[in-house]
Ligand binder design. Structure first.
Ligand code: NAD
Length: 378
């Protein structure tokens, strides 16, 4: 396959990132590939057209798509974008393999070779390509800054002429990549931080950041280093202990997720009712249903007892410059597995290429997705 790599303007409202930065365009050119961009593709991420050297700009997305051997995306391609690609073209990006069945069928039927970066194995070799981690880091960071902004309190302890200010008590729920970055950020702001997770190995990680591990007596280590869903009894136990603990917390940042499922509901309305006036909850899982029962995606809910429940969306996009830089590097590292002599040559013997593939040559290649959509046939 020849080697034209493209990016277009991301159209999803609130999305500011771009999948191809000037730094990566330069690297692709150095590897002998052609780069074609829709005009303005990087503008919302603060990469004006003039920052891209030695690339070709075209006036419309359609013109870029028609040229693409590889399309690099942040958000999944929309119907007309899929239709605008040539048969056999490659798409790499967040493709939401656990949902969006209609789009996956369109990718299959249009014979697009698609790679869903969510499916990338989380192995040591794949770390430099791990978009979930790079974007979660920004999301965790921004969530804490939002909490600090909404809170009516200082985060750090202060000794002033007007008296001593006690540090804010911050609880981070879920200590994956986003949660650990949230803990580190809340610590840097001087607050008293606790973290909890259902995976027991997170205790050491939380403590290594100088925070306290909140032990609720529930452990739910699952397959592949991820959490499994809790049983009803485990959830009840977790919630009883948590409700008591939250009465004394100023700020909660929730980051809990179980891959492919709606976000676990951890903070109930009754728990929020028991919290102090002025407390703040920032729910990083707002886009996937929220970890708090009161979360509304894209809104801040002020409860009758004075608790603010913030449901931010597009958190990674809020740090669009660095999140785009990291994302584009991740995609470049992944694509580099398949660049040979200035052309794209997909290496199906590489497990990272094979396992990240969602659709290829008219078939859904990811087994669980294929079963869900086609009922195991084919
Ligand atoms: P995630 O976004 O899927 O989930 C976030 C966190 O929520 C997880 O830590 C999970 O245990 C926790 N959680 C789920 N249900 C919960 C509940 N009911 N209560 C409290 N917490 C709950 O996770 P992630 O950030 O993508 O990371 C998942 C794992 O993958 C971690 O172990 C991480 O270290 C690992 N990882 C490995 C690599 C690598 O080796 N290359 C790279 C990145 C992440």
């Amino acid at each position: 396959m020849a080697g034209t790599v493209c990016a277009v303007v991301e159209r999803v409202p609130g999305e500011r990132r771009v999948a191809l930065t000037p730094e990566i365009a330069k690297k692709l050119r150095a590897a002998g590939l052609t780069v074609v961009l829709e005009k303005g593709a990087g503008v919302s991420a603060a990469f004006p057209d003039t920052a891209y050297i030695d690339v070709e700009f075209v006036d419309s997305a359609a013109a870029a798509l028609a040229r693409a051997d590889v399309l690099l995306k942040v958000q999944p391609p929309e119907d007309d974008e899929i239709a605008g690609l040539r048969e056999g073209a490659v798409v790499i990006g967040f493709l939401q393999p656990h949902t969006g069945d209609a789009r996956i069928k369109a990718l299959r039927d249009h014979k697009i070779t698609s790679f869903a970066m969510e499916l990338l194995p989380r192995t040591t070799r794949a770390q430099a390509m791990d978009v979930l981690s790079s974007q979660a880091g920004m999301a965790g960071y921004k969530a804490v800054l939002i909490a600090a902004q909404v809170s009516g309190k200082f985060f750090p302890m202060l000794t002033t002429a007007a008296g001593t200010i006690r540090p804010s008590k911050v609880l981070i729920v879920g200590a994956g990549v986003a949660g650990l970055q949230a803990i580190a950020t809340a610590r840097r702001l001087g607050s008293q931080v606790e973290g909890f997770d259902v995976r027991p190995e997170t205790r050491e990680q939380i403590e290594s950041l100088g925070a306290k591990f909140l032990d609720l007596g529930v452990s739910a280590a699952g397959a592949g280093g991820y959490a499994r869903e809790l049983t009803a009894e485990e959830r009840a136990e977790q919630q009883r202990k948590l409700a008591e603990h939250l009465k004394n917390i100023d700020v909660i940042v929730t980051t809990a997720a179980v891959p492919g499922r709606a976000a676990p509901k951890i903070i109930t309305a009754a728990m929020v009712e028991g919290m102090k006036a002025g407390s703040v909850i920032v729910d990083l899982a707002a886009e996937t249903g929220g970890n708090c029962e009161l979360t509304r995606a894209g809104e801040t809910v002020l409860t009758a007892n004075g608790v603010s429940v913030v449901g931010p969306t597009h958190l990674a996009s809020m740090g669009c410059i660095h999140s785009s830089e990291m994302y584009a590097r991740n995609l470049h590292n992944f694509l580099s597995l398949s660049i040979k002599d200035g052309a794209i040559a997909l290496d199906w013997t590489d497990d990272l290429v094979a396992q990240t593939c969602l659709t290829h040559d008219g078939a859904i290649k990811h087994a669980a997705t294929q079963q869900r959509i086609e009922g195991g046939a084919g």
